[in-house]
Design a protein around this ligand. Structure first.
Ligand code: DX5
Ligand code: ZN
Length: 217
């Protein structure tokens, strides 16, 4: 099995020392930097906006994986691309015209991701899976870092993997929320390609070592 893509979530970093945190990620085995954007509408929390994403991008040598937890994300796709996003993920629950939104993301030259809240079935993507570069399976309710991993996620990932394989889609499966070294091996076996980890990385005494251990799963 190939090694997983590791995407530490900068939401759990020390925001007063962002440059130092991004430099640490540059020196680590991380593949992407996961950037959580929350609008206080789609989720009950506000995180960071475009100037912060631009600042992260100025220092990062790794692609930015931007997770938009916002309503009407189509209004901001170009702005996030211009701020440095390589992957832009929108929520299925926030997009009544998901097909159009994904085409917009791709026309900007970014990879197009779709995130599913814990209650949203993978079947909701059945008719669009071919147009998706990445499916972000939320293993917590979006809005906050440091929450408890929802165990049902394993079954959901396995079902999604089946759908992807049987349809011939190339979509990657990303897991977001509560990921750690205890649940990561089973997530990988179920079909996960990308592991997002926030608090598990940034709250540890040695983030570089934790990232390396996640990478070697
Ligand atoms: C949750 C965010 C996650 C979060 C992950 O709304 O989308 O990316 O930052 O953080 P941990 O790994 O601490 O659950
Ligand atoms: Zn996220």
């Amino acid at each position: 099995m190939q090694q997983p893509i590791i995407a530490p979530s900068i939401l759990a970093a020390d925001f007063a020392n962002l440059q130092r945190e991004v430099t640490m990620l540059n020196e680590s085995a991380a593949d992407w930097v996961h950037v959580d954007i929350m609008d206080g509408m789609f989720v009950p929390n506000i995180s960071m906006g475009l100037p912060v994403v631009e600042a992260i991008n100025r220092h990062s040598t790794k692609p930015l994986d931007v997770h938009l937890m916002i309503i009407q994300p189509e209004r901001y796709l170009e702005a996030f691309r211009n701020a440095g996003a390589s992957v832009i993920t929108v929520h299925e629950e926030a997009c009544p015209h998901l097909h159009r939104t994904l085409q917009q993301i791709k026309s900007l030259g970014c990879k197009a991701g779709v995130a599913l809240n814990p209650h949203t079935p993978v079947q909701s993507l059945e008719d669009i899976i071919h147009d998706i570069d990445l499916v972000c399976v939320m293993a917590v309710n979006p809005g906050f870092g440091g929450q408890k991993f929802i165990e049902h996620t394993y079954r959901k990932v396995a079902r999604l993997k089946e759908m992807i394989l049987s349809s011939g889609s190339n979509a990657l499966i990303e897991i977001d929320g509560g990921v750690n070294l205890t649940n990561a091996p089973a997530l990988r076996s179920a079909g996960a390609d990308v592991l997002v980890a926030g608090n598990f990385v940034f709250s540890s005494a040695n983030p570089i070592d934790i990232i390396r251990q996640l990478k070697e799963i």
